[in-house]
Ligand binder design. Structure first.
Ligand code: SF4
Length: 367
C-alpha cells in the first residue's frame, strides 16, 4: 500500500557547502538536482524559452544556455527573466560575457578556465561581480579543454590533472574571499571521471556537479552516465547532475531523474515492475508494459504497477505493487494493493489497469 517509505540511502551524503542557483539549493543536504542545457541559439529567445518550458515540464530544475556571441549575451536578460527555472550562462573564451551574464540576471555562470586566456587575471573582477550579484560560479573543468599547463605537466587529462586544474582555479577565487563555487571535472571515460570526482570530493567542500562529458548517443550515454553517477552517488558524492547525450535535452532529464529514482535519492512517481518475459509467458509482456507505461504517462502520484507475464512470479509481484496484473490463459488477474479486484480478458488488461490507476490517484488526492 501507499505511501511507501523511501529506500535507505546507500551512503551518507558527503558534506558540502550549500549554495543557491536562483531558488534551487545545491549542496549541503539539498536534494540532488537535475539539469540540462538548451540546444537552441540563445539569441533566438522564443525558441530557447520554448525549449526551457519543455525541459521544465520534464522535471528539469536548472538550465544552462550557451553564450558564444554578443547576440547571445544580449539575449540573456530576456531568457533569464522569462525562464521558469534558473538559468546558468555557459561561458568559454570571452571573459566579457561573464560580466554580461551577471548583469543580465543569470542565476549562475559556468566558466571553463581551460578555455579562457589569462583567466587567472580576471578572477578578481569575476569574483567581485558575482559576489555583488549574489550568484555562484561553476568552475567547469573539461578533459577536452584542460589548461595547457596541466596538460603539459600530466601528459594527458588524468584525474589528478582535472582535479588540480579545478582546485587551482578555486584557490584563486578563495584569494578574493569568494566561495560560492561548485565544481565539475568531466571526462568522457566514466572510470577517469569517477576517480577524478572521488579525489575532488576528498580535497574540498564545494558542491559537485556530476557529468560524463561527450557521453555519446542516447543508449551509450545513458549507460555511461548511469554507471558513473551511480558509483559516485552511491558513495554520497554529487550535488547536481547533468546527463550529456547526443539527443534532445528532454531525454537527458528523463535519464537523470531515473538515475536519482533508481538510487532512492528521490521518490518515484510511476514505477513499472515488469518481467523480462520468458518461455512461460502467456501474454506479450513487452507490448503490455509499453502500453501501460504510455497510458500512465504523466501520473503525478507515486504508483508501482506490476506487469507480469505468467503466474510463476506474477501474483507475488502484483501483490507487492499498488496495482498489478498477472496474466494467464488469455486473462489478466488485476490486483489492487494485494487484492484481486477483477479478472479480465487479455484485451481489457491495459484499460482496466489505467482505470484502476486513476481510481487510486483520485483516492490519494482526496486523502
Ligand atoms: Fe517468465 Fe512468468 Fe517470470 Fe515473466 S513472470 S519472466 S513470464 S516466469
Amino acid at each position: 500500500g501507499l505511501p511507501q517509505p523511501p529506500p535507505r540511502p546507500l551512503a551518507e551524503r558527503r558534506v558540502s557547502r550549500r549554495l543557491h542557483v536562483g531558488p534551487v539549493a545545491v549542496g549541503g543536504d539539498a536534494p540532488v538536482s537535475v539539469q540540462s542545457m538548451t540546444t537552441t541559439r540563445t539569441s533566438d529567445v522564443g525558441a530557447t524559452l520554448q525549449q526551457i518550458a519543455e525541459l521544465t515540464a520534464a522535471g528539469c530544475q536548472i538550465v544552462r544556455v550557451a553564450c558564444p556571441t554578443q547576440d547571445d549575451a544580449d539575449a540573456l536578460a530576456a531568457v533569464a527573466r522569462q525562464s521558469t527555472i534558473p538559468v546558468i550562462a555557459d561561458i568559454h573564451f570571452q571573459p566579457k560575457y561573464v560580466f554580461a551574464a551577471i548583469d543580465a540576471g543569470c542565476a549562475a555562470v559556468r566558466v571553463n578556465p581551460g578555455n579562457i586566456k589569462q583567466f587567472d587575471d580576471k578572477v578578481k573582477q569575476i569574483a567581485q561581480a558575482a559576489a555583488a550579484a549574489g550568484i555562484p560560479i561553476r568552475i567547469g573543468v573539461n578533459a577536452g579543454s584542460l589548461d595547457r599547463r596541466l596538460l603539459e605537466k600530466h601528459g594527458k587529462a588524468t584525474p589528478e590533472a582535472l582535479v588540480e586544474s579545478a582546485l587551482w582555479e578555486a584557490s584563486l577565487f578563495e584569494e578574493h574571499g569568494f566561495r560560492d563555487i561548485k565544481i565539475s571535472v568531466k571526462h568522457h571515460d566514466p572510470v577517469v571521471m569517477v576517480n577524478a570526482y572521488r579525489q575532488l570530493a576528498a580535497s574540498c567542500e564545494y558542491p559537485l556537479h556530476l557529468g560524463v562529458t561527450e557521453a555519446g548517443p542516447a543508449f551509450q550515454g545513458t549507460v555511461k552516465s548511469a554507471v558513473a553517477f551511480g558509483a559516485l552517488l552511491s558513495e554520497g558524492i554529487g550535488d547536481t547532475i547533468r546527463v550529456s547525450l547526443s539527443a534532445p535535452p528532454v531525454e537527458e532529464i528523463k535519464v537523470g531523474i531515473e538515475i536519482l529514482e533508481s538510487l532512492g535519492l528521490r521518490s518515484r512517481r510511476l514505477e513499472i515492475v515488469s518481467c523480462p518475459s520468458c518461455g512461460r509467458a502467456q501474454v506479450d509482456v513487452y507490448k503490455l508494459a509499453d502500453e501501460v507505461t504510455a497510458g500512465l504517462d504523466g501520473m503525478e502520484v507515486p504508483l508501482r504497477v506490476a506487469v507480469m507475464g505468467c503466474v510463476v512470479n506474477g501474483p507475488g509481484e502484483a501483490r507487492e505493487a499498488d496495482l498489478g496484473v498477472a496474466s494467464g490463459n488469455g486473462k489478466g488477474q488485476i490486483f489492487v494493493r494485494g487484492e484481486v479486484v477483477r479478472t479480465v480478458p487479455e484485451s481489457k488488461i491495459v484499460e482496466t489497469l489505467i482505470d484502476e490507476a486513476h481510481k487510486i490517484a483520485a483516492a490519494m488526492a482526496d486523502a
